[in-house]
Ligand binder design. Structure first.
Ligand code: NAD
Ligand code: UGA
Length: 464
C-alpha cells in the first residue's frame, strides 16, 4: 500500500514539526496539516517563515523548502480528511479539568471529535494514526466510534507516539533513537497498514530503528518513557536537596552516578523542576489508569515523581524569600527565562510560572526577561492560575526586552531557564546596577559560582 496523501489533524508542537519533516523527506507524498485554530494556521502560512507559530531550531528552513510544494497548512479539515489515505491525529490531550478524573485523567474530547469527523467525512478506507499521547487502549474506543458512526469504510488504527523533545524537535525527528509503530499485527490488513507507515519512515530512518509492536504496547510505552524520564529528574532533584544539607554537589553526584554505564549520563541535570506540556500530564494519566485498575501501589509510586517536582519548585521560591531576610514584599525580583527549557517558546507548566506565583503571593514585584516568549503569554500563564485578578498580574509583573532592564535596580536575580545567552551576560554590569547585597539564584546550574562570587554576588545554586 503506497501512501500518496497524508492529513494531520492538529498543527501544534508535534503536528507541525513532524509533518514538516515527513514532507521534506518524502517529496512524493502530499502532506496537509489542518487545525481549527485559524490564527495558528495563518501563522504557519505567513509569508515570512520566521513568523511560524512554533520556535524550533532548524524548523523554519524546512518549512520554507517544503511549504506549498508538498506541505500545506489549512483550516479545511473535511477536505484534507476526504483526500487522505493516512490520517494522523495530533491534537492536544490535556489533563481533565472537570468531572470524573478531574486533575488526573487525559481529556479525550478532542480525540473523539476527530474520530467522529473522520467517520462522517470518509468515503474510502483510511489508516488512522494516533500521534497524540493517549491512555492505553484508546485505539479500541477510536475503532468503536469509526466503525459505528462511519459510512461503512474500513479503518486500520495505528499507534505511532512521538518522542521528540521541544528545543531539539528537528534533530530528534531527523535521527530518532527509535520510531514506534503499534498495529493489529495479527491480521493481514493490520500488517499492511503497519508496513505503509514503516515505508514512510524508512525514507530516512534505518530499518533497525523502526520498532513494531501491538497497539497496546505502543500506547503504554509512550507513557512509560515519559514517566521514566521525569522520574530521573525528580530523583536527581531529590538528591539536590540532600546535597545542599551535606556539602555534596549535585553536579558531581550526577557525573559520578551517570558514568555507570547501567545508569547513563543523560537526564540527570538538577533543576528548579521539570516543566513542559507532557511529563506531568502523562504521569497523572498513568496514575489515574493504575488507580482505575485498583493498582494503588503502582499509582502512589508514580505520583511521588510529581510531588517531588512540586516540592522542588516551591523549595526554590521559598529559598529566595528566606535568603532575602524572610521578606520579598515590595522588592524587585528579576526572573531570567520563562520558557520551560531553552530553545523553545513553549511555556506550558514551566517552573517559572510557579516560582513567579509564589513570589507574587509574598508581595514581590517581578520583572521577566525571556528571549522567545511573548509578553501576552506570560500574563496568560499567570492568569490561568487564578491566584489574583488579571489587572494585578499586569501591574506587578513587568516584561522587558533585555536582561539588563530586568536586573537593573533589582534585589535578586533568578535564572529559571537555561538559555545560553545568560551564561555570557556582562555579570559585572548586572552586579553594578543591582541593589546590594546582590543576590543571584541559579535554578539551572548554568552559572559558574567562582566568577560570580568574585564579582560580589551572594550566590545560591540548586544542589550545592
Ligand atoms: P498543541 O496544543 O500544540 O497542538 C494541538 C493542536 O490541535 C492545537 O493547535 C488545536 O487547535 C488542534 N486541535 C484540537 N482539536 C482539534 C480538532 N478537532 N480539529 C482540528 N484541530 C484540532 O499540542 P502538542 O504539544 O502538539 O501535543 C499534541 C499531542 O502530542 C499531545 O497528546 C501531546 O501529549 C503529544 N506530544 C507532545 C510533545 C511535545 O513536545 N509538545 C511531544 C510528544 C508528544
Ligand atoms: C519530553 C520528552 O523528553 C520527549 O521524549 C517527549 O516526546 C515529550 O516530553 C512529550 O511527550 O511531550 P520535552 O518536555 O519537550 O520532552 O523536553 P525535555 O527535554 O524532556 O524536558 C522536560 C523538562 O525537564 C524541562 O523543563 C527540562 O528543563 C527538565 N529537565 C530535563 C531537567 O530539569 N533535567 C534534565 O536532566 C532534563
Amino acid at each position: 500500500m503506497k501512501i500518496k496523501n497524508i492529513c494531520c489533524i492538529g498543527a501544534g508542537y508535534v503536528g507541525g514539526p513532524t509533518m514538516a519533516v515527513i514532507a521534506q523527506k518524502c517529496p512524493e507524498i502530499n502532506v496537509t496539516v489542518v487545525d481549527i485554530n485559524e490564527k495558528r494556521i495563518a501563522a504557519w502560512n505567513d509569508k515570512d517563515v520566521e513568523n511560524i507559530p512554533i520556535y524550533e531550531p532548524g524548523l523554519s528552513e524546512i518549512v520554507k523548502k517544503a511549504r506549498d510544494r508538498n506541505l500545506f497548512f489549512s483550516t479545511d479539515v473535511d477536505a484534507a480528511i476526504d483526500k487522505a489515505d493516512m490520517i494522523f491525529i495530533s491534537v492536544n490531550t490535556p489533563t481533565k479539568t472537570y468531572g470524573i478524573g478531574k486533575g488526573m485523567a487525559a481529556d479525550l474530547k478532542f480525540i473523539e471529535l476527530c474520530a467522529r469527523q473522520i467517520a462522517r467525512v470518509s468515503k474510502n478506507d483510511k489508516i488512522v494514526v494516533e500521534k497524540s499521547t493517549l491512555p492505553v487502549r484508546t485505539a479500541e474506543a477510536l475503532k468503536n466510534i469509526l466503525d459505528n458512526t462511519g459510512n461503512g469504510v474500513n479503518y486500520q488504527i495505528l499507534s505511532n507516539p512521538e518522542f521528540l523533545a521541544e528545543g531539539t524537535a528537528v534533530d530528534d525527528l531527523m535521527t530518532p533513537d527509535r520510531v514506534l509503530i503499534g498495529g493489529d499485527i495479527d491480521t493481514t490488513e493490520g500488517k499492511e497498514a503497519v508496513e505503509a507507515l514503516v515505508d514512510i519512515y524508512a525514507h530516512w530512518v534505518p530499518r533497525e530503528r523502526l520498532l513494531t509492536t501491538n497497539v497496546w504496547s505502543s500506547e503504554l510505552s509512550k507513557l512509560t518513557a515519559n514517566a521514566f524520564l521525569a522520574q530521573r529528574v525528580s530523583s536527581i532533584n531529590a538528591m539536590s536537596e540532600l546535597c545542599e544539607k551535606t556539602g555534596a554537589d549535585v553536579n558531581e553526584v550526577s557525573k559520578a552516578v551517570g558514568m555507570d554505564s547501567r545508569i547513563g549520563p543523560k537526564f540527570l541535570k538538577s533543576s528548579v523542576g521539570f516543566g513542559g506540556s507532557c511529563f506531568q500530564k502523562d504521569i497523572l494519566n498513568l496514575v489515574y489508569i493504575s488507580k482505575s485498575f485498583g493498582l494503588n501501589e503502582v499509582a502512589d509510586y508514580w505520583e511521588q515523581v510529581i510531588l517531588m517536582n512540586d516540592h522542588q519548585k516551591r523549595r526554590f521560591a521559598a529559598k529566595i524569600v528566606q535568603t532575602l531576610f524572610n521578606t520579598v514584599s515590595g522588592k524587585k525580583i528579576a526572573l531570567l527565562g520563562w520558557a520551560f527549557k531553552k530553545d523553545t517558546n513553549d511555556t506550558r507548566e514551566s517552573a517559572a510560572i510557579y516560582v513567579a506565583d509564589y513570589l507574587l503571593n509574598e508581595q514581590a514585584e517581578i520583572v521577566v526577561y525571556d528571549p522567545k516568549v511573548k509578553t501576552e503569554q506570560i500574563y496568560a500563564d499567570l492568569d490561568y492560575l487564578n491566584s489574583r485578578p488579571s489587572e494585578e498580574n499586569r501591574s506587578r509583573v513587568k516584561v522587558v526586552n533585555t536582561p539588563y532592564e530586568a536586573t537593573k535596580d533589582s534585589h535578586a536575580v533568578a535564572v529559571l531557564t537555561e538559555w545560553d545567552e545568560f551564561k555570557d551576560l556582562d555579570w559585572q554590569k548586572v552586579y553594578d546596577e543591582m541593589l546590594k547585597p546582590a543576590f543571584l539564584f541559579d535554578g539551572r546550574r548554568l552559572l559558574e559560582r567562582e566568577t560570580k562570587e568574585t564579582i560580589g554576588f551572594e550566590f545560591y545554586a540548586i544542589g550545592s
